[in-house]
Design a protein around this ligand. Structure first.
Ligand SMILES: C[S@@+](CC[C@H](N)C(=O)[O-])C[C@H]1O[C@@H](n2cnc3c(N)ncnc32)[C@H](O)[C@@H]1O
Ligand SMILES: [Zn+2]
Length: 280
């Protein structure tokens, strides 16, 4: 069996833990993928990636275009630079992953896994499932971690294709603020985690643009130019960042999780939500 076949089998073997992201129906292995017994939708598996994406809208469409396109690799320099200012990428990411318990022998879902930059901090004997809306990022993830037994699927964080209480823990880094529906995705993460498991979600503080120079001197257009052209976010992603600078984390977290805390990270540039599923 070659590597791609192994990954395809890995998915068809998972049907018992999964549900249709559209109708919640049971899934079964089908030709070249998985199919829903309820709505009959077919989900192909290509190169080991399970494709559960529908045509995207709103923020998720803007994000997918950005992460599939040429701007993200250019913006990445600034992500790296932010990590550098916080002791280097590994150290900065460890400040998030440290909130998870010992992951050896457990099942972890990483929502919006991207190209798998957190994987080197996760033990090899942890079974990692990763979703994303970007084909390019998931292909990069597979390419960068050829030896890992990963289960990667294209799908939105707002509709996770797993049954309740499937995972020991859930992690998501660098994505929540701009999901089309951050509250729904937090509730989904809480739904799929087992009683006693943790949901750990980190991102930049939403109001970070308020610290930019244009905000202080009354020239918002300057900030837009910096974000769009200098930082390479492009006009659509910049609009999205601008629109969400007032996103309130606490009310969402209160509604989705219990026993939660929001920790400040990286000299208040980032946050890390740590919570448990409600009523389990
Ligand atoms: C800044 S990257 C972070 C990647 C990775 N988690 C990391 O720590 O490096 C954000 C990722 O979120 C993904 N993303 C954005 N919206 C999403 C959604 N609604 N559902 C799933 N993934 C999403 C993007 O495609 C992108 O790969
Ligand atoms: Zn269905």
């Amino acid at each position: 069996m070659n590597v791609t076949q192994t990954h395809s089998h890995a998915w068809t073997d998972e049907c018992d833990a999964m549900q249709c992201p559209d109708c919640g129906g049971l899934l079964e292995p089908a030709e070249a993928g998985i199919a829903c017994l309820g709505c009959r939708r077919a989900f192909p598996i290509r190169d080991g990636l399970l494709d559960m994406l529908k045509p995207l809208e709103g923020n998720n469409k803007i994000a997918a275009d950005f992460y599939n396109g040429p701007l993200w690799p250019r913006f990445r320099f600034w992500e790296w630079f932010t990590f550098l200012c916080n002791g280097g990428e590994r150290r900065a990411r460890r400040q998030i992953v440290k909130y998870l318990p010992n992951l050896s022998g457990t099942r972890l879902l990483e929502v919006a896994v991207g190209d798998g930059a957190n994987l080197s901090l996760i033990p090899d004997d942890c079974r990692v499932y990763g979703n994303d809306i970007s084909t390019v990022q998931l292909s990069n993830c597979r390419r960068k971690h050829p030896q890992r037994d990963l289960r990667l699927f294209l799908g939105e964080a707002e509709n996770l294709p797993f049954r309740d209480a499937t995972f020991d823990n859930v992690l998501s880094v660098g994505a929540l603020n701009y999901f089309s529906d951050p509250l729904k995705s937090l509730k989904e993460m809480a739904r799929v985690v087992k009683p006693g498991g943790l949901v750990v979600v980190s991102d930049e503080v939403p109001n970070l643009p308020n610290r930019m120079i244009g905000h202080w001197i009354g020239l918002p257009k300057l900030d837009r130019w910096i974000m769009s052209r200098f930082l390479h976010l492009g006009p659509e992603f910049t609009d999205m960042v601008d629109k969400h600078r007032h996103l309130q984390l606490e009310p969402m977290v209160r509604e989705a999780l219990s026993d939660w805390q929001i920790h400040s990270l990286w000299f208040k540039v980032g946050y890390c939500i740590v919570g448990r599923p409600k009523g389990k």
